[in-house]
Ligand binder design. Structure first.
Ligand code: ADP
Ligand code: ZN
Length: 608
């Protein structure tokens, strides 16, 4: 029975995967499953879940059956395993009958270490009877949250996977997910009959992701500014609507960025081609609705940008989680304004959902807005939402979110708030922020005159603040519940029960101020792919990237299944002179050494 110290597990980790040591709970999970026990593994994206079943699959007799919901996902995983020299295969609808039969024969002969299958196929009587005759090492249920009806990845067949337990009670099962919220976790345990399985819950903190929220002024320009720090890097830009996706992709392309759109309304072939290009080519930016993401396993996504407000913290965490799977620095950047909030409130109100559902959605949106407006550590707020008590270091904070890096300043906005609320009241509680700000700033626009708002006592009382500051005031008043949006109607602002105390001078209002300096500073922070390499090592890094691109093209696989950037960077810095030295580099196991060792060493020695 292997233990964390067991030379067998560690030896396989180093020899096959080329990793020096286990990460976090991996050692304990591998030991537990390899010894024949059930496990429920909750680990954030990029935490290293695959290894938790792949290694036991190698340590145990027989084949590991891996249930995976998406074809693209299983193909990439299998390709990555084959690159390591592991006998892995998948069975899905992309294979013709002859190819599928060949794999079935390998399965029965015990020639496979891992077999990935879609749940539909797994559940067919034919496949189940094949399994009766195959030597089984374990069952791994990947993306286990698909069993939850409440998540957006619900898959009916996942509910029926309990059959595995019923028919093969002695075969260990391991279910894995990156979904952090406790209700989903409970549902997984229940639905998959894994109540007795040992739970391995990791911290959901993604330390390498830098969280930033900026006030929306001109989203496209701001996005462009942000992207300057990511020239040539792959990333995802999320928009709320299909139209916005198209517009934004065009805008970026017009500015020389390799950007492609992705949304459910597109021609299916074009959409698939865009996804493929994002996965295979380097440095492609995909502009997408939330339809994009499930099964995107690309490890080197360097940023996820939201130019519109997402709908919930869970959604936001999942979408931003697609950045930096490889553990290298990545950005989660969001640009948000009052308009987003108004729009989302209206979408909820005007949807077909029942009242209870609407209330739930409003609450989820509230939580997200609370995150955006918070002056505290973003990680802390984010993780608190998943029941995790993250305590950043005293004085310095997490060191990797905007609020910790440049703590925002609070200002006493009581007087401004009173003017704002009073102006909303006097103008009849039916106009949006833009118009009320016009009144406060003393505008004599046609609309102001048309409604006689130039004669209001609040007309012109707000000339001390600029329009941008006023927008921040209104946004925060709504976020803090001191104003509300008439979401059934045209999105006008009206007072709430809480407004009274402010108007009567019984409550102070502290708001956050974002300095202009802060956004400028951010955008110059460069993060080129090889930023932390010495200048002298850059040419070798580029040569290695070219080698990798050629190898990937020859085999028609994504570049990252051959080597990650971090591996190439280490090679460029350390310049291994022989196979032994090369083997000491992270990510180079025996399989990669045999396949690519000579080519890599030649590239190193050829670069002077
Ligand atoms: P997840 O499925 O949890 O999102 P993966 O299994 O894809 O994560 O692993 C994320 C990345 O971490 C991969 O690039 C993988 O090679 C790397 N990784 C996993 N375990 C280790 C380890 N023990 N040491 C170094 N790198 C690791
Ligand atoms: Zn922080």
């Amino acid at each position: 029975m292997p233990s964390p110290q067991d030379p067998r597990a560690l030896e396989a980790l180093q020899r096959v995967f080329g990793h020096a040591a286990f990460r976090g709970a991996q050692a304990a999970i591998v030991e537990h499953v390899a010894a024949g026990n059930d496990a429920l593994v909750l680990m954030p994206t990029g935490g290293g879940k695959s290894l938790c079943y792949q290694l036991p699959a190698l340590l145990r007799e027989g084949v590991a059956i891996v249930v995976s919901p998406l074809i693209a996902l299983m193909q990439d995983q299998v390709e990555a395993l084959r690159q390591l020299g592991v006998n892995a295969a998948f069975l899905n609808s992309t294979l013709d009958a002859a190819a599928a039969q060949a794999i079935e024969r390998q399965l029965l002969a015990g020639d496979l270490d891992l077999l990935y299958v879609a749940p539909e196929r797994l559940l067919t009587p034919r496949f189940l009877s094949l399994l009766e005759r195959a030597p089984l090492a374990l069952f791994a249920i990947d993306e286990a949250h698909c069993v939850s009806q409440w998540g957006h990845d619900f898959r009916r067949e996942y509910r029926e996977l309990t059959i595995l337990h019923e028919r093969w009670p002695q075969v260990p099962r391991i279910a894995l997910t990156a979904t952090a919220d406790p209700p989903t976790q409970r549902e997984i345990a229940e639905r998959l009959q894994l109540e007795d399985a040992r739970r391995f819950v990791s911290s959901f903190d993604r330390a390498n992701i830098r969280y930033t929220v900026v006030e929306k002024e001109n989203a496209k320009r701001q996005l462009l500014e942000f992207l300057k720090a990511h020239t040539g890097e792959a990333g995802i830009v999320y928009c709320l609507s299909r139209r916005k996706v198209e517009e934004t992709a065009q805008f970026l392309a017009g500015h020389g960025i390799d950007a492609v759109p992705y949304h459910a309304g597109m021609d299916a072939e074009l959409r698939a081609a865009n996804q493929r290009r994002f996965l295979r080519a380097e440095g492609v930016v995909v502009v997408a609705t939330i339809a994009f993401g499930m099964g995107i396993d690309k490890p080197d996504v360097r940023f996820v940008a939201h130019v519109d407000l997402p709908k919930s913290i869970e959604g936001y965490y999942q979408e931003t989680g697609r950045a930096g799977r490889d553990g290298e620095p990545a950005d989660a950047w969001m640009c948000y304004g009052l308009g987003d909030l108004v729009l989302l409130r209206q979408m909820i109100e005007q949807s077909e959902s029942g009242d209870e559902r609407k209330r739930l959605e409003h609450r989820k949106l509230d939580a997200l807005v609370g995150y955006c407006e918070s002056m505290r550590c973003r990680r802390r707020v984010l993780l608190a939402n998943f029941g995790e008590d993250y305590v950043p270091a005293e004085g310095e904070g997490c060191g990797n979110c905007d609020n910790c890096l440049q703590p925002p300043q609070a200002w006493d906005a009581t007087e401004a708030a009173q003017k704002a609320l009073s102006c909303v009241y006097r103008s009849g509680q039916r106009f949006g922020a833009a118009h009320v700000i016009d009144i406060l700033r003393g505008s004599d626009s046609e609309k102001v005159r048309q409604f006689g708002h130039d004669r209001l006592s609040t007309h012109g009382v707000g000339t001390d603040l600029d329009a941008r500051t006023w927008r921040g005031v209104f946004r925060q008043l709504v976020a803090h519940g001191l104003l509300e949006v008439d979401a059934e109607g045209y999105g006008g602002l009206r007072l709430t029960a809480a407004s009274r105390a402010v108007l009567k001078g019984e409550q102070r209002v502290l708001l956050r101020r974002i300095s202009a300096r802060r956004e400028r500073e951010r955008s110059v922070r460069g993060a080129a792919p090889a930023a932390d390499l010495a200048a002298a090592d850059q040419p070798l890094f580029e040569a290695l990237r070219e080698l990798r691109a050629r190898l990937a093209r020859e085999q028609n696989v994504p570049a990252y299944v051959i080597f990650h950037d971090s591996t190439l960077r280490q090679i460029a810095a350390r310049r291994p002179a022989n196979e032994d030295e090369l083997a000491g580099i992270g990510g180079i196991g025996a399989g990669k050494l045999a396949r690519y060792g000579v080519a890599v060493l030649e590239t190193v020695s050829g670069s002077g």
